[in-house]
Design a protein. Structure first.
Length: 501
């Protein structure tokens, strides 16, 4: 009897182990609309890396809109990150892939976060941000994407023919293609295609803002988080052509030779890009275009016409954005007119005038920080928040003020480690810093899950109103304040960098 019991127990245990193993194995394999893919288990969740969401934009597809990827027969190993987009550190033109971090591939319909990376539209990748930050502990399906950068993603070639219409917005169209993939496939990964939040920082925030004003993106997301960026990189066609002219001139080509860019070796194109984006100019040289194709109108006119999708928004800036760039480009610590022109091009006279006015009462460094933070970030943030509110979009505003033990104070991108909080990070050992990171991360999670960033640990965070201007100030002791005024130079256009041809 005892032997029979033991044998029965072994059979039951073996069956249980088989079922568990089989279930785990199955959870690593997902069927997408193009075929099966196999992921990897990490930190008790499943990660699918390097999933192609569009055909490789190479050969005859270079500079063209992203095209559907062909289906595959065998199970695709999604176990390694795909190639990063072409940039100074390397990469490949075959870069249109994304990564999915899922707590469990089931029918739970979890909220979905889609991350659009920053990097001046010329660097960065989806793998640069760890999706485990939201997937492991917060039960959020997290997607990080690659998109074409620099010369490959934002060169205006519409005048080469119908096939290249919208070419100056290929980076935008890549993001839309990735969002369309999410809409079609994310349910198989345990995500809800009707609960998608797009989030970006710096160039990522500017790029997703361009996505927001593109009709092709309607219905693909429900919420929008923009950190240190809005629509200030959407330039006019003349500026886009002016930037292309500089690339052609660097290659000793005339304006009529633009077609030669279609077949020029990738390495040669990158050399041209490196030359025209050298120094501080590279911060905002490339960007989306108000081309009448992908982006049909000036973003502010588009918003005023109530054409924006019905979403909710969370957005803000850091108190000392520009100190990061003064640390990199020392000529900006005490800039002359030429240094300001390198950053703002034909917009520079009005910026330089304001800098000189600020320098009358502030040190050169503080005047530069104040002036360039306002003209590159703050002014455009509040202009866009006003446009969203007037369009009926619920919007929450924040400012990141935390400066403890940081020589660059609340510099550009400093909020990132707080929002993508990693409890094991040694950089979060300081109790005050850690507490702020916990609360900021919770607020972002609350917004992604519920559409409202309010949490018990923070003061009540009201919706932004253009008359009272309530803003959450994130600091050691976070608080909400009603701003008396926000900087707005009425003479300054909607775009930071403008070239007149």
């Amino acid at each position: 009897m005892n032997r029979l019991f033991k044998n029965t127990f072994r059979i039951i245990l073996s069956a249980a182990l088989f079922i568990t193993f089989n279930a785990n194995a199955q959870s690593l394999i997902i069927k997408t609309n193009k075929g099966y893919i196999r992921g990897v288990s990490e930190n008790n969740i499943t990660v699918f890396k390097g999933i192609p969401y569009a055909a490789p934009p190479v050969g005859n597809l270079r500079f063209k809109a992203p095209q559907p990827h062909a289906a595959w027969r065998d199970t695709l190993a999604a176990t390694e990150f795909g190639s990063i987009a072409m940039q100074a550190s390397g990469g490949s033109e075959d870069c249109l892939t994304l990564n999915v971090y899922t707590p469990k591939a089931d029918n739970a319909k979890r909220p979905v976060l889609v991350w659009v990376h920053g990097g001046s539209m010329t660097s960065g990748s989806g793998k640069g941000q760890n999706g485990h930050a939201f997937a492991d502990r917060d039960d959020i399906v997290t997607v990080t994407i690659n998109y074409r950068l620099g010369i490959f993603g934002f060169t205006y070639l519409d005048d080469l023919g119908k096939a290249y219409a919208g070419s100056g917005n290929n980076g935008v169209r890549d993001c839309i293609a990735a969002l369309r993939w999410v809409k079609q496939n994310i349910a198989a990964f345990g995500g809800d295609p009707n609960r998608v939040t797009i989030m970006g920082e710096s160039a990522g925030a500017k790029l997703e803002s361009a996505v927001l004003v593109s009709p092709a993106a309607k219905g693909l997301f429900n919420q929008y988080i923009a950190e240190s960026g809005s629509v200030q990189c959407v330039r006019d066609i003349n500026t886009a052509k002016g930037e292309r002219d500089r690339l052609l001139k660097q290659a000793h080509l005339t304006k009529q030779d633009a077609a030669k860019l279609l077949t020029m070796p990738a390495d040669s194109l990158m050399k041209l890009q490196a030359a025209v984006t050298a120094g501080v100019t590279g911060l905002i040289f490339f960007g989306p275009v108000n081309d009448g194709v992908v982006i049909p109108d000036d973003p502010y006119k588009y918003a005023a016409a109530k054409k924006l999708p019905k979403i909710k928004a969370l957005m803000g800036t850091n108190a000392n954005e520009f100190t990061l760039f003064m640390d990199r480009y020392h000529e900006m610590k005490n800039p002359d007119a030429a240094a300001v022109r390198a950053l703002f091009a034909d917009n520079s006279p009005m910026v330089y005038k304001t800098y000189l006015d600020n320098a009358k009462t502030l040190s050169a460094y503080d005047a530069a920080d104040k002036t360039f933070t306002e003209y590159m970030y703050t002014m455009h943030n509040y202009r866009w928040a006003k446009a969203l509110v007037n369009a009926g979009i619920p919007t929450w505003e924040y400012r990141f003020d935390f400066i403890k033990n940081d020589a660059l104070k609340a510099a550009h991108a400093r909020e990132m480690s707080f929002i993508w909080f990693d409890p094991t990070s040694k950089s979060m050992a300081d109790a005050e810093k850690r507490n702020l990171a916990i609360n900021m991360h919770k607020a972002w999670v609350a917004f992604i899950k519920t559409g409202n960033p309010n949490i018990p640990e923070l003061p009540k965070w009201p919706l932004y109103q253009t008359n009272t201007k309530p803003v959450m100030l994130f600091n050691i002791n976070s608080e909400v304040t009603n701003l008396k005024t926000v900087f707005d130079d009425k003479t300054f256009p909607t775009t930071v960098m403008v070239f007149k041809r």
